[in-house]
Design a protein around this ligand. Structure first.
Ligand code: PGA
Length: 252
């Protein structure tokens, strides 16, 4: 069964407002007519401006994070309702930078997954091992735990709203990419974890994206692997031409 590929741009904490609008405008033009699934996640403060630009295009608006509570005295936090109000349809959860810099636990991430799904937001759930864990040979174990904890309580009929991004932490922003074979091996393993948790059908249908220094030079080979269903792109999502090239490989 062919899964439609999914390419998502995680802009992280980059650009100013004019740059964000220009990048979004460039992508609306360059991705016109392409037939995979595309998402961009600008910084919160530019969501409103970018939302106006991507409205009516084939680009989904995403957010890089979301708080777990609904509203109230939570200084600096952004709720699911605020995101939806701006046209956000998808939220990236469990990114390794959130796990590391903001001490987000699997439990908190799971609570956020439920909060998003229960309130009509789709989720890209990030998992991945540290370099020390890869060297220690526990990559699969780490990824299995993160999937099990991230998906805890998620029902099979909610799975069409959640994708997984396998992002080996040592490959993020470092220029070091997992080889296509290394990535494929983990993707196949993770798909099997989903089969164990749910069913063969769920495993066949879930999208598992690769992230970690994916760029216009290595995307074609990565995306050609049978269990790599797309990419979560950081650095290379900040340039119209690079991101477009990756999106075109995904549209083949
Ligand atoms: P990178 O980031 O492409 O810059 O490595 C990927 C990510 O963190 O999502």
């Amino acid at each position: 069964m062919a899964r439609t590929k999914y390419v998502a741009g995680n802009w992280k904490m980059n650009m100013d407002k004019a740059g964000a609008v220009a990048l979004a405008q460039g992508l609306v033009e360059s991705l016109k007519g392409l037939n995979a699934k595309y998402m961009i996640a600008p910084p919160f403060v530019y969501l409103d401006a970018v939302s106006q630009v991507v409205k009516g295009s084939n680009i989904i608006l995403g957010a890089q994070n979301m708080t777990v509570t609904d509203n109230g005295a939570h200084t600096g936090a952004i709720s699911w309702a605020m995101l939806k109000d701006l046209g956000v349809e998808t939220v990236i959860l469990g990114h390794s930078e959130r796990r590391d810099e903001f001490n987000e636990s699997d439990k908190l991430i799971n609570e956020k997954v439920h909060k998003a799904l229960d309130n009509g937001l789709d989720v890209v759930l990030c998992i991945g091992e540290l370099y020390s864990q890869r060297v220690a040979g526990v990559t699969n174990q780490i990824c299995e735990n993160q999937v099990k904890e991230g998906f805890a309580g998620v029902k099979e009929d909610q799975l069409s709203h959640i994708s997984i991004a396998y992002e080996p932490v040592w490959a993020i922003g470092t220029g070091k990419t997992a080889t296509p074979a290394e990535a494929q091996e983990v993707h196949a393993f993770v798909r099997n974890v989903i089969k164990g948790l749910y069913s063969q059908k769920a495993a066949d249908e879930i999208k598992i994206l690769y992230g970690g220094s994916m760029n216009d030079g290595n995307a074609e080979e990565l995306l050609a692997q049978p269990d790599i269903d797309g990419g979560l792109i950081g650095g290379a999502s900040l340039k119209v031409d690079k991101f477009t090239t990756i999106c075109k490989f995904a549209s083949k």
